[in-house]
Design a protein. Structure first.
Length: 277
């Protein structure tokens, strides 16, 4: 599933490629991808003719400004946004196509259809989309002190990985980056958040911010299933920098002990038991 670095990469690409363009037509061929809208024709009418002003991100959600509305995109597990020329072959599982008056198209592709696209009035975003309104702090957009972060950790008293992946605590993290952040901080996934020393809090906050910034710089992580690609269909590069994720049996880059995989809350979790404490 695309996490914060992947969604931020796509946001940046969209800002460059579609901001300032006007939507000419919207073609919907997969109703599940727009399942919040019972009237698909009304949805297309609402978007057609709208000018895209800007592209923002809230956690794993893309918010595309279209007049008085937000066009909200959540990529789910396998969703992709692709910039295409009209003559390009349409990929399988293309469910929404937006054509622009200046030429070019934006296509939404989603084989597993867990993602979605919907439109909501800007002044109703928080009241009608609770999953966005309830998001926690964004470690890229929201600058907080490590002291404040430490207070948040102590107040929750939860296992670290569960807390990092809690969208109401931190917006945008999933399995990949929580494992990588915890390795960088030298902390186990099952440590209680209220057990950290001052030094450990500082290490965790630094690892959180630095790991995400580096992943964005490398344009995200594309795993072996190749489901994440950027707006141009190209894979990310941060998977080559993974230190523990999916590296079971390999040597820890820091201490050379063997990386292991644990099952945690129904997920695979990778760590170095020697240097993560």
């Amino acid at each position: 599933m695309p996490e914060l670095p992947e969604v931020e990469t796509i946001r940046h690409d969209l800002e460059r490629e579609v901001a300032g363009k006007r939507i000419k037509t919207v073609t919907i061929t997969g109703s599940r991808s727009v399942r919040r809208h019972a009237d698909v024709a009304a949805l297309t009418t609402r978007l057609e003719g709208a000018k895209i002003d800007a592209v923002r991100r809230k956690g794993k959600y893309l918010l595309i400004s279209a007049g008085d509305d937000w066009l909200v995109v959540h990529l789910g597990m396998s969703g992709q946004l692709r910039k295409c020329a009209p003559k390009e072959p349409v990929a399988p599982h293309t469910h929404v196509t937006m054509a622009f008056t200046q030429g070019g198209q934006l296509r939404y592709v989603d084989p597993r259809t867990f993602g979605e696209i919907f439109v909501v009035a800007k002044d109703e975003l928080d009241s009608k989309v609770s999953e966005i309104a309830d998001l926690g702090f964004d470690p890229i957009e929201d600058v907080i002190s490590w002291n404040t972060f430490g207070g948040m950790l102590m107040a929750r008293k939860a296992k670290l990985k569960s807390l990092l992946m809690d969208q109401k605590f931190i917006a945008g993290l999933g399995n990949i980056y929580s494992d990588e952040i915890l390795w960088a901080a030298g902390l186990r996934y099952d440590r209680s958040s209220d057990s950290l020393t001052t030094q450990e809090v500082r290490r965790l906050y630094r690892a959180l911010v630095e790991t995400l910034h580096e992943a964005i710089k490398q344009r995200g992580s594309t795993l072996s299933d190749a489901q994440y690609v950027d707006l141009y269909g190209k894979p990310g590069g941060f998977q080559a920098e993974h230190k523990v994720y999916a590296r079971e049996g390999q040597a820890c880059p820091r201490c050379r002990a063997t990386i292991v995989r644990h099952k945690w809350s129904g997920r695979s979790t990778w760590l170095c038991e020697a240097c993560q404490v």
